[in-house]
Structures are given as structure tokens and as C-alpha cells.
Ligand binder design. Structure first.
Ligand code: P6P
Length: 355
């Protein structure tokens, strides 16, 4: 008989990995797991209750908010507030960071950045969506945590994870000592260890990119796409193109089967579309911990300087050898000179303009 190890049991067992841990991170991870179960319940019946569709509000990204986006955001924030282990929440759905000014939380050690329901445009068509979370330790040791505690590079994460609400609901996370996946067993309402020590294959034959933007891609991306489409039996090409439009779903597929996911800069998204703090950094941490690679096509995602809550980044992520190959094309066909980079950033109003 296989012994079922629940997420809660696993977290407690692994707490020993952190000699100074007093259980706060364990409780924080359990709080997130509880909220994920609540969100899962609503996602799974979304077609039956008046929780589909759009609100007449938009988030800071300028994206129309879905009822389920807002519901999921409320559930995760509520769980983090009541758990008392988190002093600040950064959310895709909130313009500014949320300082949790309560007696039990204001001196809490941890900062949580979250995309509560990523890919929610897929909800109404019953395609997998996800939650992405990233956990940092606050840098200040006392007093009110501030933006200084939030703007930390991806290498400073103490934990990161995603939940995928798909054919089954899974929670996949890392605390820097490997990646483990848990599948929700609805009959007992527990996440149970189903994918211990996950590793992404070093090679793969799946490339995942929204080719609808092809004409707007950098030349290096165009050349890489053509490389993927060439006939070459020795390297199992042409590769298969798969794009779900839900980052968590595309990433999870590649985690299991191998593959590369690319959301590059485009002429309409010159800094990339995906957000660094609560999408790229946590997913990059997980993929690196699983033996994969995550860059902008040039620079390691986790080493990017974090300068604002909702900043965006290009991302090339997945099987190490596939990402390395794509980077070769970027170096050959898309590397900007320093002057070109400066001119581009000035044209975007990001730097300079003042003599
Ligand atoms: P596009 C969903 O909106 C999301 O943030 C990611 O989950 C997904 O990978 C990407 O945007 C899809 O963007 O421009 O291809 O529709």
C-alpha cells in the first residue's frame, strides 16, 4: 500500500532542511495551499455560478479584470492575512503593495508576491489556468516593512511555486532544495505528493511561443522558430509547436515533457509582456531548481535588477539545451550594441532624456 504524504506532512518533514526555521515558512506554505484549495473549488464550478465573465474594472496592467481574478486575489490575501506569517503582499491585481497592518502580521518575516489567477482569459473556455507565488524574507529587521523589502532580485527568493487548475489540480513548489509536485485528492481535500524531486529534461522537442506575433519578434527569435521548424531527423526536428496561452500550463507541460517557452520582447511589448516579480522570477526559480534554464535571451532572469512592482521582462525558459540554442540565435541576430540599447531605452523614456 503506498503511503500518502500530504503537503502539510511534507512541509513539516522538510522544515528540518532549514536549521533556523521556527515553522513560519511552513505555516506560510500551508496557508497558500489552503487558499489554493478554495480557489480550486470555485474554478472547478466556474461555469455553474455567476463568477465567470468580466468586471467593468481593469487592473494596473490595463487588463479587464475577470470576476475569478478578483475572487482568487481576495482568497489568497485573506489566507495570508489570517496566517500571520506575511507582512506584505504584492499582487498582479493590486496597483501598490499591500502592507498587512495587523498585530499578528506587521512584524512577520515574509513578503509574498502573487499572480492569483494567471491566464484567466482562458477561464471562460475551460482551459487550464494557474496561480504563481514567490516568497522573500523581509530585509528590514524591525518596524514597518517597505518597498525596500519588496524590490529584491529573484536570487533572494526563499520559496516559489505554482498551482495549475487543470485536468487535475497540482501545487508545485521549491524552497531551494529541489522541486516537488502535489496533486489535490478531492476525496480527502488534501494535496498529496505525486511528483517527488521533479526534473525538467535537458532536451525537448516542444517549442511554445505565440507565433501570431511573428512579424514583431526580434530577428533572433524568428531565426530560432525557423530552426525549430526545419527537417532534421538527427535532432528530432521539426519540433512540435504547443501554446496554451496560460504560462503555468505551458511551463508545467514542458516541466514534464521537456520544451522551451518564449515570451520575447515585441514591438508592442518592448520590455516583454510577462511580469518579473510574480511571474518570471518564481517560475525561473522553480525551473532552475528542476535543472532547467531561464534567461531574457541574454541575461539570467533571477539576476535581473528589480526596480518596480509590475516591471516586465522577456523570458526564454525550459530545457537547458533548448534555451542555450535559442540564446545562440539571439546573440547572433539580436544582440544590440550598447549605443543601440541606450537609444532604445531612451526612446522608451526609460533612461536619459536629461543632459
Ligand atoms: P498572449 C496570460 O495573460 C499571460 O500572462 C500568461 O499566462 C501567458 O503565457 C501570456 O500572458 C499569454 O499572452 O499575448 O500570448 O495572449
Amino acid at each position: 500500500m503506498t503511503i500518502v504524504r500530504t503537503l502539510g506532512q511534507f512541509i513539516i518533514e522538510k522544515q528540518a532542511d532549514f536549521p533556523y526555521a521556527k515553522g513560519e515558512l511552513s505555516r506560510l506554505l500551508r496557508d497558500i495551499g489552503i487558499a489554493a484549495k478554495i480557489v480550486n473549488r470555485e474554478v472547478n464550478k466556474a461555469g455553474l455560478v455567476d463568477i465567470l465573465g468580466e468586471l467593468d474594472s481593469t487592473n494596473i496592467q490595463g487588463e479587464t479584470q475577470k470576476k475569478l481574478d478578483v475572487y482568487a486575489n481576495e482568497q489568497f490575501i485573506s489566507a495570508l492575512k489570517s496566517g500571520g506569517e506575511c507582512c506584505i503582499v504584492v499582487s498582479e491585481e493590486n496597483d501598490d503593495y499591500l502592507y498587512i497592518d495587523s498585530e499578528i502580521s506587521k512584524n512577520a518575516k515574509y513578503i509574498v508576491a502573487i499572480d492569483p489567477l494567471d491566464g484567466s482569459s482562458n477561464i471562460d473556455v475551460n482551459v487550464a489556468v494557474g496561480t504563481i507565488f514567490s516568497i522573500y524574507r523581509r530585509k528590514s529587521v524591525e518596524g514597518k516593512a517597505t518597498l525596500h523589502d519588496v524590490l529584491q532580485n529573484g536570487t533572494e527568493q526563499v520559496a516559489a511555486g505554482y498551482v495549475i487548475y487543470g485536468s487535475s489540480t497540482m501545487l508545485v513548489y521549491t524552497t531551494g532544495k529541489g522541486v516537488n509536485g502535489f496533486t489535490l485528492d478531492p476525496s480527502i481535500g488534501e494535496f498529496c505528493l505525486s511528483h517527488p524531486e521533479m526534473k525538467i529534461p535537458k532536451d525537448g522537442t516542444i517549442y511554445s511561443i505565440n507565433e501570431g506575433y511573428y512579424v514583431h519578434f526580434p530577428d533572433g527569435v524568428k531565426k530560432y522558430i525557423k530552426f525549430c521548424q526545419e527537417e532534421d531527423k538527427a535532432t528530432k526536428r521539426p519540433y512540435t509547436s504547443r501554446y496554451i496561452g496560460s504560462m503555468v500550463a505551458d511551463i508545467h507541460r514542458n516541466m514534464i515533457k521537456g520544451g522551451i517557452f518564449i515570451y520575447p520582447t515585441t514591438s508592442s511589448a518592448p520590455l516583454g509582456k510577462l511580469r518579473l516579480v510574480y511571474e518570471c522570477n518564481p517560475i525561473a526559480f522553480i525551473i532552475e531548481q528542476a535543472g532547467g534554464r531561464a534567461t531574457t535571451g541574454f541575461t539570467r532572469i533571477l539576476e535581473l535588477e528589480v526596480t518596480s512592482l509590475h516591471q516586465r521582462s522577456a523570458i526564454f525558459i525550459g530545457s537547458e539545451n533548448m534555451v542555450l540554442k535559442a540564446e545562440e540565435f539571439m546573440r547572433e541576430y539580436s544582440r544590440l550594441t550598447d549605443d543601440e540599447t541606450e537609444a532604445r531605452l531612451e526612446s522608451l523614456g526609460i533612461i536619459g532624456g536629461i543632459d
